[in-house]
Design a binder for this molecule. Structure first.
Ligand code: ZN
Length: 658
C-alpha cells in the first residue's frame, strides 16, 4: 500500500459512501427470479413453527460485561413478507424461515432450541436426565438454551452430550451445559465420532488465521444487519460471539454402525465421514421413530467447498449417506430432524426429501464429471449447469448456503485440481503483474475506468467487479476503481440467492470503501482448543510459523522437557525446516527447556511471553539464552485482518530480517 498522503485523500471521500440501493438491473433481475421460484410453496413455515413451546428471550444473550453474544433484534426488518429489491426473493424467504426460533417439542422426549446460534441444540429426555446433542458454538448461548428448556420442563441434570461432528458450531458451547469434572468422574458421557478431536483441532489451528479471515466474508459478521447488509448466514442467522470450549469425548463411535442405549434411549449411530465434515455421524432413535441427520441434510444446498476455505468434500460419499439413510431409516421414522433448520414431518415426506437431497449432490457430481470428461473446465461447467426442473422447484435444493456454481468447481477441483490443463496458464504472471499488463494492454487506467463506468450503468457487474479489482491491485489509491468495484459487487450481492456469496460481496464492497478490518494478531483458537492440542500438533504449528528463508542457515537442536504430563521432545532446525520427534536426544543439544504444559498454553494464548517465562523461571533454560531468542525471532506472527482486496506487502518483505 502506498504511504503517500495525497493518495489517501480520495479514499477518505470514498469512506463516506454507504451501500447503494438496488439498481434498475437488479430490480429487473429480482422480478425475473420471482417468476421462476416456487413462492407458492409455504409448507416449510408450517414445518418450522410446529411444536413451538416458547420463543427465545427477546433481550438475547449477553456477557457479564454487557457485550452481546447473541441478539436477533437487529433482524426485525425481516418481519416484512415482501422481499426488498436489494435481497434475492428466495434468500429473503429463507432468511425469514431462519427467524422462526424458540424452544420446540419435536415429539415426546425430543426437544430442539432453534435460532440461539447458527446450529440447533437437540435435547433428549432420558430415563434419569438429559442428553444434549450439539451444545452450540459458545458457552453463553448453550447455557441460555438449556435454561430456556428448564424454564418449561422439569429440572433434570445433563447425563450425556453427543457431538455429531467436528465443526465448532456443534461443540464450542459444551462447558455451558456440563462440567468437565463430571465427565472425568464418569457421571457424564460425551459421545463423538472417531477422529473428532483431531479434526476439531487441526482445522482451526494449521490454517486458522487464513480461514478465520475468510470466514468474515462467508458469514458477514462485520456487516450491519439490514436490507442493504447481512440478512442471513444460510444455516442460521450468524455465529454466536461467546466463549468457545471443548471437552474431549469419553466414548467414541468407531464402527460404521453402533447401537446402544444412552440413558434409556435407543441410539443407532452411523458414521458419515468425509462428507460435510471429516468426522460426522447421523443418529436414528428407533423407539422414538426420530432420525437425526446431523448436518448431512439441511434445507439448502450445502458447501462442497466453503468460501472460508477447507479441503474439498466428497459429493459422491455425501450422496451415498443420503440414500443409505433413506433406505435404512425413513420407513422406521415419523420425523427427520437435523442440527440446522427445521424438521421434515412424516415418513413419506422424509423419504422424498432424502431422495431429492441425494439427487442434488449426485446430479452435480455426475454431470460435472461427465462434462469434465468431454474436456470442459470447472468454470465453464459451473456457468452452464442447471438442475432438473423438479429439483429447482424444491426449496431445499436451493443455494442459500453453498452455491451450485461453487460446488461444481469444487467437484472439478477434487478430481483434477485447480490447474485446468491448458499449458499457457501453467505459469501465468502473478496477479499484480498480470493486472498491470492487462490494464496497460487495454489502454491504461483512464480508458478502462471510462469503459467500466459504461458497463456499470449497463448492469455488467461481474465484469466491472473483475476489471476494477485488477486496477485496485495496480493502484490501490485509485478511488474511482474502488468505488466502481464496490458498487458492482454490491449489486451482485443483492442479486445472489446464496447468503454466503451475498456476505462475501458486501464485505468486499465495505473493505474497498473503508479498508480491511483492524484486528489484533495472535492465534485464532480458544483456551480449550489450545489445551487439547497434542504436543506434536503444537510443534507442527511452530514449524508452520518458522520463517524458513530466514532460518535457512541456522542449525539448532532443542530439547523440550515437559512436566504435567511428562514428555520429551527434540526439535531440530536445519535447512529452514523445524523437525520434531517425541524422543530423548541423541545428538548434541544446544538448548534445553524445562516447562509445564500449562506454561506453554499460557504462551500460546499470549497471556505470557517466552521472555517473561524465562525471567520468572516458569521455563528453566540450559544453554545460551541468546540462541533460543534467535530462534523465537524466526517465528512469524500473523495479521488477522490481512488485506484481501488490496495488494499485500511483497512476499520478499515476509522473508528478510527486519
Ligand atoms: Zn453446523
Amino acid at each position: 500500500m502506498t504511504s503517500d498522503t495525497t493518495a489517501l485523500k480520495p479514499e477518505k471521500n470514498l469512506a463516506t459512501e454507504g451501500p447503494q440501493p438496488a439498481s434498475m438491473h437488479t430490480r429487473a433481475c429480482q422480478a425475473a427470479q420471482r417468476l421462476h421460484l416456487p413462492l407458492h410453496d409455504d409448507r416449510a413455515f408450517d414445518d418450522a413453527r410446529r411444536g413451538l413451546v416458547a420463543p427465545l428471550p427477546p433481550e438475547g444473550v449477553l456477557r457479564p460485561n454487557g457485550r452481546p453474544v447473541w441478539n436477533l433484534q437487529a433482524y426485525g426488518f425481516l418481519a416484512h413478507e415482501q422481499a426488498p429489491d436489494s435481497v434475492h426473493p428466495g434468500l429473503w424467504r429463507h432468511a425469514r424461515l431462519n427467524m422462526v426460533t424458540g424452544l420446540f417439542k419435536v415429539c415426546d422426549r425430543v426437544y430442539q432450541v432453534r435460532g440461539m446460534d447458527l446450529a440447533n441444540m437437540t435435547i433428549l429426555e432420558g430415563d434419569t436426565g438429559l442428553i444434549i446433542i450439539d451444545p452450540l458454538t459458545s458457552t453463553q448461548v448453550a447455557a441460555a438454551a438449556l435454561a430456556l428448556y428448564h424454564h418449561h420442563r422439569p429440572q433434570r441434570p445433563v447425563v450425556a452430550v453427543v457431538y455429531t461432528h467436528s465443526h465448532v458450531d456443534h461443540f464450542g458451547g459444551v462447558r455451558g451445559v456440563i462440567d468437565e469434572a463430571d465427565v472425568i468422574a464418569g457421571r457424564v458421557q460425551v459421545i463423538a465420532p472417531v477422529g473428532f478431536m483431531d479434526d476439531a483441532i487441526s482445522e482451526t489451528v494449521m490454517a486458522g488465521n487464513a480461514m478465520t479471515r475468510r470466514a468474515l466474508f462467508q458469514y458477514g459478521a462485520l456487516l450491519p444487519r439490514g436490507e442493504l447488509g447481512q440478512v442471513d448466514a444460510g444455516l442460521g442467522k450468524a455465529v454466536s460471539a461467546g466463549t468457545v470450549t471443548l471437552i474431549a469425548p469419553n466414548r467414541l463411535i468407531t464402527q460404521p454402525v453402533e447401537s446402544f442405549e444412552v440413558d434409556g434411549i435407543e441410539c443407532v449411530f452411523e458414521l458419515t465421514p468425509g462428507a460435510e465434515a471429516p468426522a460426522e455421524m447421523i443418529i436414528h432413535h428407533p423407539g422414538l421413530r426420530v432420525l437425526n441427520m446431523a448436518e448431512i441434510t439441511s434445507h439448502n444446498f450445502h458447501n462442497l467447498l466453503p468460501l472460508r476455505g477447507a479441503q474439498v468434500r466428497d459429493a459422491r460419499a455425501w450422496a451415498s449417506y443420503l440414500v443409505g439413510a433413506r433406505q435404512r431409516y425413513a420407513a422406521h421414522s415419523d420425523v427427520l430432524i437435523a442440527q440446522h433448520h427445521w424438521p421434515v414431518w412424516g415418513s413419506q415426506s422424509m423419504g422424498e426429501y432424502l431422495l431429492r437431497q441425494h439427487d442434488l449432490y449426485k446430479f452435480v457430481h455426475d454431470q460435472t464429471l461427465r462434462l469434465m470428461n468431454h474436456g470442459h473446465t470447472g468454470g465453464d461447467i459451473a456457468e452452464a449447469i442447471r438442475l432438473p426442473e423438479a429439483l429447482q422447484q424444491d426449496w431445499s435444493t436451493h443455494s442459500f448456503y453453498g452455491h451450485l456454481k461453487h460446488n461444481v468447481k469444487a467437484v472439478y477441483q477434487r478430481y483434477l485440481g485447480a490447474y485446468e490443463g491448458h499449458p499457457a496458464f501453467l505459469d501465468p504472471l502473478p496477479r499484480e503483474a498480470q493486472a498491470r499488463k492487462t490494464i496497460d494492454y487495454m489502454g491504461g487506467v483512464d480508458v478502462v475506468l471510462s469503459k467500466a463506468r459504461a458497463d456499470l450503468a449497463a448492469g455488467e457487474y461481474r465484469w466491472v467487479a473483475d476489471v476494477c479489482a485488477r486496477i485496485v491491485w495496480v493502484d490501490p489509491s485509485c478511488a474511482e476503481a474502488r468505488r466502481l468495484c464496490a458498487q458492482a459487487m454490491e449489486q451482485l450481492g443483492y442479486q445472489t440467492e446464496s447468503s454466503t456469496w451475498r456476505n462475501a460481496y458486501l464485505q468486499g464492497a465495505r473493505e474497498l470503501r473503508h479498508g480491511p478490518p483492524r484486528l489484533a494478531s495472535g492465534m485464532a483458537a480458544s483456551r480449550d482448543m489450545i489445551r487439547a492440542l497434542p504436543l506434536s500438533h503444537y510443534f507442527d504449528y511452530l514449524a508452520m510459523r518458522l520463517n524458513g528463508p530466514r532460518a535457512a542457515r541456522l542449525r539448532l537442536v532443542m530439547h523440550w522437557l515437559f512436566s504435567e504430563p511428562n514428555a520429551s521432545h527434540v526439535l531440530t532446525l536445519s535447512n529452514g525446516v523445524l523437525r520434531h520427534a517425541c524422543e530423548e536426544p541423541v545428538d548434541k543439544v544446544d538448548v534445553q527447556l524445562r516447562l509445564s504444559r500449562a506454561t506453554l498454553d499460557d504462551i500460546s494464548l499470549e497471556q505470557l511471553s517466552f521472555a517473561d517465562a524465562l525471567d520468572s523461571g516458569r521455563i528453566q533454560l540450559q544453554g545460551p539464552r541468546e540462541i533460543f531468542e534467535e530462534f523465537l525471532m524466526l517465528l512469524d506472527t500473523f495479521d488477522r485482518g490481512f488485506a484481501v482486496l488490496e495488494p499485500l506487502p511483497p512476499i520478499s518483505s515476509f522473508q528478510l530480517p527486519e
